[in-house]
Ligand binder design. Structure first.
Ligand SMILES: *Cc1c(COP(=O)(O)O)cnc(C)c1O
Length: 426
């Protein structure tokens, strides 16, 4: 099946007389005839369900669809994008290890890696997404266990040179983990460019309706853990908490990563997605390919309008010829990037405030990637405690506005932006 068909039909094929839509298995637990039957599941000797914290059929249908969309071999859902990124990294890193990460990543992930995982004894080196191969190579250490970046960074809108990052990661014997939230597999499939693990905040375009927080992890099944067994003892040596199973031996490189992530991390941390949310997520996935096309059309139309406007100082949108990331976007995102555009007003913080106040259709929200257009000026909301200088250093200058173009009519979006810009003096 092609991507468009997988969005609609992937992950679940009903048998004769079975429900057409995926059933919501709203049950915490599953019944067995004998203790021995259940014991086999606990020992990972048979596949099946025993407790929804570890696995649930509804979640598995949706995870299978996302796995198919990314072209991976195994996948799982998590309660949020934050949980997905934490699990993906912590599955292969522990105290004393080190991560190389792109510096332009989602603020929550930046905090997770630089503050919370640091407390667990996991160190990080941040590299510019634009770093040269030599600069990237210099960031690796003996104890590096993973490289991390975002296809299109939220909110910086930088485009990652996935092939270059993957080449460096592999030269140092570690996998590249890519957060593909903004591009979605409709616009970019990082495995085709050498990435090994993909993560998602499904809260964004995949759900797409601002209805359910969620995350996903997909494994390409290509990283050869056994070839670097000294680096990944958790995957390549017996797990005492599972009767001495060695994940790579039992499940191969196609299944070891996700099986360990489910059996250990989900068991111990429990950030499972509720089956209800998985069902809502699947409704979003069924139209992902249709919505992404419109998000991109609207994003480009808005970016073009803004770049020609006299009160606008600059526009960041990789689909715009002349954008710093245009050529990378042509390579990795030939069918479109996403609906998120950022821009700065010549009038600075004050102008941004007036602009925001005058928007009618675009709602002021911290959210992005929703069917409804939403808009944020970090300086007057999420980052309001910072001075202009601090804001500049953080890469969110006072005049910066981020607009996430929804799937409304682009004429209405442009009319709304135009009238809000008219209210700005100057
Ligand atoms: C929102 C977001 C996250 C975090 O996801 P939640 O579902 O909010 O936990 C991670 N990465 C990116 C790129 C995001 O946009």
């Amino acid at each position: 099946m092609k991507i468009n068909s997988i969005c609609v039909q992937g992950g679940y094929t009903p048998g004769n007389g079975e429900p057409r839509q995926i059933p919501i298995v709203q049950s915490t637990t599953f019944k067995y005839d004998t203790s021995e039957d259940m014991g086999k599941l606990f020992d990972l000797e048979a596949s099946g369900y025993f407790y929804t914290r570890l696995q649930n059929p509804t979640n598995d249908y949706v995870a299978a669809k996302i796995t198919q969309l990314e072209g991976g071999t195994a996948g799982m859902l998590t309660s949020s994008g934050q949980a997905a990124n934490f699990y993906a990294l912590f599955n292969i890193c522990s105290c004393g290890d080190h991560i190389v990460s792109s510096s332009t990543i989602y603020g929550g992930t930046f905090n997770l890696i630089s503050v919370t995982m640091k407390k667990m004894g996991i160190d990080v080196t941040f590299v510019s997404p634009d770093a040269s191969e030599e600069e990237l190579n210099a960031a690796f250490r003996e104890n590096t266990r993973a490289m991390f970046g975002e296809t299109i960074a939220n909110p910086a809108l930088t485009v990652l040179d996935i092939e270059k990052f993957a080449g460096c990661a592999h030269a140092h014997g570690v996998p590249l983990i890519i957060d593909n939230t903004f591009a979605t597999p409709v616009n970019c499939r990082p495995f085709e460019w050498g990435a090994d693990i993909v993560t998602h905040s499904t809260t964004k375009y995949m759900d797409g309706h601002g209805a359910a927080v969620g995350g996903a992890i997909v494994d390409s099944g290509r990283f050869d853990w056994m070839a670097h067994a000294d680096k990944y003892p958790g995957l390549c040596t017996p797990d005492d908490s599972y009767h001495g199973i060695t994940y790579t031996e039992r499940f191969g490189k196609e299944g070891a990563f996700i099986t360990k992530c489910t059996a250990q991390l989900m068991r111990d941390f429990g950030s499972i997605q509720s089956p209800q949310n998985a069902f809502i997520l699947n409704l979003g996935l069924e139209s992902l390919h249709v919505r992404m096309k419109r998000h991109c059309e609207n994003g480009l139309a808005v970016a073009e309008f803004l770049s020609g406007h006299e009160k606008v100082a600059y526009v960041n949108y990789c689909g715009l010829p002349g954008d710093r990331y245009y050529s990378l976007a042509q390579k990795y995102l030939p069918n479109g990037s996403c609906g998120v555009v950022s821009f700065g007003l010549k009038g600075g913080r004050e102008a941004a405030g007036i602009f925001m106040k005058n928007l009618k259709l675009a709602a002021i929200e911290t959210h992005v990637a929703d069917a409804r257009t939403c808009c944020l000026n970090p300086a007057s909301s999420t980052h309001r405690q910072m001075t202009d200088e601090q804001l500049r250093e953080a890469g969110v200058p006072a005049e910066l506005i981020r607009i996430s173009c929804g799937i409304e009519d682009k004429d209405d979006l442009i009319a709304d932006i135009a009238q809000a810009l008219n209210a700005v003096c100057g």
